[in-house]
Design a protein around this ligand. Structure first.
Ligand code: FES
Length: 111
């Protein structure tokens, strides 16, 4: 089962293979910034892939379109920036996304 490590929260979660980063975070009770609710149109969920970029599905047409429209063509040349609501996990990754936090106090992990 792939693992996603989220910084600076410093939390590692399991993900179903093929789930998006955001789906995996939600499944573990985490809040992930979004304004479109995961529809792939806002870029609020964008995260930097620090390790394991090869373990994510390649950007699809809609992800490329949203990133280039909102942030400019140059972000497409840097493969590190991904939409967490679109990037599907196939293996271990480390991502950086400030603002990710437990959605509820009960989701706080002490491990
Ligand atoms: S949540 Fe809006 S683009 Fe991902």
């Amino acid at each position: 089962m792939p693992k996603i490590t989220i910084q600076p929260l410093n939390r590692t979660i399991d993900a179903q293979e093929g789930a998006t980063i955001m789906e995996a975070a939600w499944a573990h009770g985490l809040y992930w910034p979004t304004t479109c609710g995961g529809e792939g149109i806002c870029t609020s969920c964008a995260c930097a892939v620090e390790e394991g970029a090869e373990n994510l599905d390649e950007r699809g047409r809609s992800e490329r379109k949203t990133l280039s429209a909102e942030l400019g063509e140059r972000v497409l040349r840097d493969g590190r920036l991904r939409l967490a609501c679109q990037a599907r996990v196939r293996g271990d990754v480390v991502v950086s996304k400030p603002g990710v936090r437990p959605a509820r106090p009960s989701a706080l992990s002490l491990d």
